[in-house]
Ligand binder design. Structure first.
Ligand SMILES: NC(=O)c1ccc[n+]([C@@H]2O[C@H](COP(=O)([O-])OP(=O)(O)OC[C@H]3O[C@@H](n4cnc5c(N)ncnc54)[C@H](O)[C@@H]3O)[C@@H](O)[C@H]2O)c1
Length: 357
């Protein structure tokens, strides 16, 4: 797989929005491994422990700090770069923040996407563009049946609705300006990529189980596990990111055939609970204690699953690390990476592709 991706991306120009974020930082490392030249556009990193700063992201790309709500700058930066690929990840990505700032969330996630798509219209073709959205774009049918790409879009909270809005704007541009039926006229192929919450080294957000447990282990404190029986579809960040890159590769090879939406969810496997995760983490860390106070919830309602069969059959993608492996690799990162985050992340990328020498 990595040889194929190197052939496609090596020496190519990739315009990446949201490069200072969590997924953007891992994408920068991946693109560097593939030999691509990257221009990023995003807001500055927010916290001093952001992964982007720890990997020295400024050395891995030409970094432009700008707001995608400012259409003019976005258009100029994109046009001047003459990209072969555009990967759109910049977003207000937090559900909680979307309740506090719904209008700004819609402006960034919906209008920002429109600005990017509009910029594509004046960029030099041929171009492959991928808009990264989420599993939350689907109208929640409150069942455990995995969502397929052709199911209705919806979104309850402002974040989810804004990402569904971003999908609808993309679909409209695809039909109106970048229609695959007349590809030869515009030479732009445009897809969306949907995936769920991911785990991976370098996420130091508050109120997330892995950063919380790493902080507790480091401080030698007892971790309070609130929902030990909750099941989540744990997926390592490298799985969907590789999916996006493979989608881009297929679009590059066959630009008329992949201008669609694709899900990049984990395989359905034996459920892994929060308690299982903590047990694996303690095993990898070699230390750590926890308690389960309060009334544990018997099961987690509203677990959202993506049907990944389209990405498997059409793109030849498959998740590489299952839930347990993803958890192990993530905890190994927190144990081994501090102080040499870039090198250790690069090591994990080569491990992921099975090319450790
Ligand atoms: N992390 C996940 O688990 C997850 C799951 C599903 C989908 N996604 C999607 O993946 C993408 C990246 O998510 P992430 O987890 O890396 O988020 P993040 O919050 O770590 O990073 C967001 C990035 O977007 C940029 N950004 C935010 N507002 C901007 C604006 N107005 N103008 C320019 N840049 C702006 C930030 O500067 C940052 O670079 C987002 O589109 C998100 O919706 C993430």
């Amino acid at each position: 797989m990595i040889d194929h991706l190197r052939k496609i991306y090596g020496g190519k120009r990739v315009f990446l929005t949201g490069h200072t974020g969590f997924k953007g930082s891992w994408m920068l490392l991946l693109l560097q491994e593939l030999g691509a030249e990257v221009k990023g556009l995003a807001l500055p990193p927010e916290k001093e422990d952001d992964l982007y700063l720890k990997i020295g992201g400024d050395d891995l790309c030409h970094s432009v700090i700008s707001d995608i709500r400012f259409a003019q700058r976005l258009r100029t930066e994109l046009r001047q770069f003459h990209p072969d690929f555009v990967i759109h990840m910049a977003a207000q990505a937090l559900v909680l923040t979307s309740y506090e700032n719904p209008v700004e969330t819609f402006r960034t996630n919906v209008q920002g996407t429109a600005h990017l798509l509009e910029a594509l219209r004046s960029a030099k073709p041929p171009l492959v563009a991928i808009n990264v959205t989420t599993d939350k774009v689907y109208e929640n049918h409150e069942s455990l049946k995995p969502y397929k790409e052709d199911e209705p879009l919806g979104g309850y909270d402002p974040y989810s609705a804004s990402k569904a809005g971003s999908e609808i704007v993309t679909q409209s541009y695809r039909r109106s300006f970048f229609n695959p039926k007349v590809y030869d006229k515009h030479q732009v192929s445009l897809a969306t990529a949907r995936s769920g919450n991911v785990i991976g080294g370098g996420d130091y957000s508050d109120n997330r189980i892995i950063p919380d447990l790493v902080r507790a282990f480091n401080d030698r404190e007892k971790l309070e596990v609130r929902n030990p029986e909750a099941v989540r579809p744990w997926q390592h960040v490298l799985d969907p990111l590789t999916g996006y890159l493979l989608l881009g590769a297929r679009m590059h090879e066959n630009p008329k055939d992949f201008s669609e939406a694709f899900n990049f969810g984990p395989d359905e496997s034996k459920p892994v609970t929060v308690k299982d995760l903590v047990d694996i983490a303690i095993d990898v860390w070699g230390d750590g204690t926890y308690s389960t106070p309060g009334n544990p919830q018997p099961h987690e309602a509203g677990l959202l699953l993506l049907d990944n069969s389209k990405a498997k059959t059409r793109l030849g993608w498959k998740p590489n690390w299952d839930a347990r492996e993803s958890i192990r690799k993530t905890i190994e990162w927190y144990k081994n990476a501090p102080g040499n985050e870039r090198e250790y992340s690069q090591f994990q990328i080569r491990d992921y592709f099975g090319v450790l020498s």
